[in-house]
Ligand binder design. Structure first.
Ligand code: GLA
Length: 429
């Protein structure tokens, strides 16, 4: 009896509370590469020709994405961030790429990226200037949208610097309309809530109707403390932000920094697992021309990517914090569930976590099959509600599991976990 009622309640409770931006894009979290975290505003091509922000960088990244299996794994967008334009608009008031660093111009770069079967992203800003001081789009939304469409650009990351915060929302909506008016589908990546949170609670219904994804929190750095702060912010605001995510619109916790300098391998596994649980865009910011094989294997792990891209599009959440472990879960299609167990104790060696140690928390009912994906692939076999399953997790690492029901329907359990997690948002068991 409860089955139908529980399922209906679950759908009502967890499905997005608003319509997504109706441009047919981002039905699954966006996958690709974005230059910012790794390459920042490096514009000195005389000194550092291989790593400066220039057309060469994106062409090389596109080449590698095709050659090294990234495209095949699902990574599709090659995205330019800040520092690409010239400091002056042209005589018609249009943005133009820096002529020295982009001698072929953006249209030619887009053609090149398209010839590889990939898509091109570009960056602009809702205010007077971009965050790095280049011309912003304020007063030019229609001109800039048209320019991007003429160049055949496929994604716009729209930043929020140099804008009166009371006008930020209106600016994002106006640019969304301007993009729509071009008639070309351009994926729209916003930072609207990030710039509003310091002053007021953002209107996530409006944001979901306007953007395909949206940054809520500060910039990711190449460090474990940065990843932790993003996870903590997300968990402590999950009651507000989780219901706003779904096909067409996603919370964006910022780039994957896997393959760089700051994270241990266990920490890289945690970022990958948790970004998949959070249904986050998977936008890598690293040097794909020079990446260690283990990081590459992790970023291309089909089982983790399948969690990220699950067609139900339900964002996961932190369900318990206990004994320096965090348990996150994400309901998947076909009544499956992904579970991530993070060991937050940054001393010692791998620690065992008994799934049944969580009061009132059952893995499934009456029976399920459990597969471990991280740190190694392992079939853990058939489990019961109060399974004795003991998983070992490295310090600051994650054990990632998927749970498949054998019989019965345990979607009601997910609802309970979600309600409990919302209730005890700030309590540690
Ligand atoms: C802001 C954004 C970053 C990046 C920089 C570029 O800080 O949040 O993601 O785009 O601007 O200047």
């Amino acid at each position: 009896m409860c089955r139908v009622a529980c399922l209906v309640a679950l759908i009502v409770l967890m499905s997005p509370s608003a319509h997504a931006l109706d441009n047919g894009l981002a039905l699954k979290p966006t996958m690709g590469w974005l230059h910012w975290e790794r390459f920042l505003c490096n514009i000195d091509c005389d000194r550092d020709p291989n790593n400066c922000i220039s057309e060469r960088l994106y062409m090389q990244m596109a080449d590698v994405m095709v050659k090294e299996g990234w495209k095949e794994a699902g990574y599709e967008y090659v995205c330019i961030d800040d520092c690409w334009p010239s400091h002056q608009r042209d005589a018609q008031g249009r943005l133009q790429a820096d002529p020295k660093r982009f001698p072929g111009g953006i249209k030619k770069l887009a053609d090149y990226v398209h010839s590889k079967g990939l898509k091109l992203g570009i960056y602009a800003d809702v205010g007077k200037n971009t965050c790095a001081g280049y011309p912003g789009s304020l007063g030019y939304y229609e001109t800039d949208a048209k320019t991007f469409a003429d160049w055949d650009v496929d994604l716009l990351k729209f930043d929020g610097c140099y804008m009166d915060w009371t006008l930020v929302g209106e600016g994002y909506v106006n640019m969304s309309n301007a993009l729509n008016k071009t008639g070309k589908s351009i994926l729209y990546s916003c930072e609207w809530p990030l710039y509003e949170w310091p002053f007021q609670k953002p209107n996530y219904t409006a944001i979901r109707e306007t953007c395909n994804h949206w940054r809520n929190f500060g910039d990711v750095y190449d460090s474990w403390s940065s990843i932790k702060s993003i996870l903590d912010w997300t968990a402590s605001h999950q009651d507000i932000i989780v219901p706003s995510a779904g096909p067409g619109g996603w919370n964006d916790p910022d780039m994957l920094v896997i393959g760089n300098f700051g994270l241990s391998h266990a920490q890289q596994e945690s970022q990958m697992a948790l970004w998949a649980i959070m249904a986050a865009p998977l936008l890598m910011s690293n040097d794909l021309r020079d990446i260690c094989p283990r990081s590459k294997e992790l970023l291309q792990n089909r089982l983790i990517i399948a969690i990220s891209q699950d067609p139900m599009g339900q964002q996961g959440y932190r369900s318990v914090k206990v004994d320096n472990f965090e348990v996150w879960e994400r309901p998947l299609s076909k009544k499956r569930l992904a579970i991530a167990v993070l060991n937050m104790f940054e001393i010692g060696g791998p620690r065992g976590f008994f799934i049944r140690a969580v009061p009132g928390w059952k893995i499934c009912e009456p029976q399920c099959n459990v597969t471990q994906i991280l740190p190694q692939y392992k079939e853990l076999g058939v489990q019961m509600p109060h399974t004795k399953l003991d998983v070992f997790v490295n310090p600051s690492g994650t054990a990632l599991l998927t749970v498949t029901p054998i019989s019965g329907d345990f979607t009601g359990l997910h609802k309970l976990h979600w309600e409990e997690s919302v209730k005890r948002k700030h309590t540690i068991l």
